[in-house]
Design a protein around this ligand. Structure first.
Ligand SMILES: O=C(O)CCC(=O)C(=O)O
Ligand SMILES: [Fe+2]
Length: 325
């Protein structure tokens, strides 16, 4: 009896080992084949050096792809917001009266969260000259639009930026801070500092009111920028001598305009006045492989899983639940 029991016990163990091995091989094969599919996508890093940022209107989708996105070149679209209700509706009174009691995180001149503030208090701070005696500059960046679904009615995603991030579950986007678009309400002179957008995402930034100054650097100038530590508005050349080799391109974004930021372009955006803006990160066939590559550099295991998640988004929920993601 005892022998029979131990035999079947060992058979179960053996069966489990075989099953787990087969499952492992199966999953690895799926991941391999799936990743191979993406490798055929056209998404090498390309960029075009520029002396200035062009402004275009009546731009067709094909023209945008040919002249800008596929050659990695920024552009300002001057009529990209013409059907947006937000352009007239989103002002400080609107945000204060509708969302005054909502608490949000604020940043102070860098991309570091410094605390939370209610929207009403922030707008009072923004509009009251006396609150800035001590030179403090608070930035209400990263207000996630889809947290308030009614706001989604006030703008139209521009035709130029099909976005595969929208396929992913909100929970995953939230966890990795890709939950976009975001609203930025900024005091004059605030900024989140020099950076490239995360994981080789492209981005667009739409300005509703105020003006922003943007300083751009193409991707190959990365080594002159000291991981974003150099203040490009007032560079310390003794501390950052390689910055002398950089070729910054400056542009001022006006209300009603949308700027396209290609993957891996470094940028420092400064609010020249109090501003209201909206920005979004973009992943699509032009940069998906760069996106996966950036993910793999951050975490080899997660980097292998991300392509699968784009194909089977509901997998993400299960993987978060078991702590793999
Ligand atoms: O408007 C801004 O402050 C900058 C937005 C930006 O570059 C970003 O969120 O990545
Ligand atoms: Fe950015």
């Amino acid at each position: 009896m005892a022998t029979q029991y131990s035999l079947s016990f060992f058979s179960i163990i053996k069966f489990s080992v075989v099953a787990i091995t087969l499952l492992f091989i199966g999953i690895s094969l799926i991941i391999y084949l799936h990743n191979n599919r993406w490798r055929n996508q056209k998404s090498k890093l390309v960029w075009t050096p520029i002396d200035f940022v062009e402004r275009r209107s009546n731009l067709s989708y094909d023209e945008f792809i040919q002249e800008y996105a596929s050659v990695g070149k920024p552009v300002i679209i001057t009529d990209g917001m013409k059907d947006w209700k937000a352009l007239k509706k989103w002002n400080l009174d609107f945000f204060k009266s509708r969302y005054g009691s909502v608490n949000y995180v604020y940043k102070e001149d860098k991309d570091e969260i410094k605390g939370t503030i209610s929207v009403a208090d922030y707008i009072d701070y923004l509009t009251d000259r006396n609150t800035n005696k001590n030179g403090q500059r608070l930035y209400l960046a990263n207000w996630v639009v889809s947290d308030f679904p009614e706001l989604l009615e006030d703008y139209k995603e521009p035709i130029y930026f099909p976005n595969w991030l929208t396929r992913l579950p909100k929970k995953l986007l939230q966890k990795y801070e890709y939950d976009n678009p975001e609203i930025f309400i900024g005091h004059k002179d605030t900024s989140i500092g020099l950076h490239e957008d995360p994981a080789s995402c492209a981005a667009w930034l739409a300005l509703i009111s105020g003006r922003k100054k943007i300083i751009f650097f193409s991707p190959e100038q990365k080594d002159f920028l000291y991981k974003g530590k150099v203040d490009v508005f007032n560079p310390d050349l003794e501390k950052f001598p390689l910055y002398t080799k950089a070729k910054p391109v400056e542009v001022i974004l006006e209300p009603g305009e949308i700027i396209y930021i290609p993957p891996r372009w470094w940028h420092h955006v400064k609010n020249m006045e109090n501003t209201i803006a909206m920005g979004n990160l973009v992943v699509n066939d032009l940069n998906i492989e760069l996106f996966f590559q950036s993910m793999r550099e951050k975490s080899p295991i997660k980097g292998q899983l991300v392509p699968l998640i784009f194909q089977f988004p509901s997998l993400a929920t299960a993987l978060i639940a078991i702590g793999v993601l």
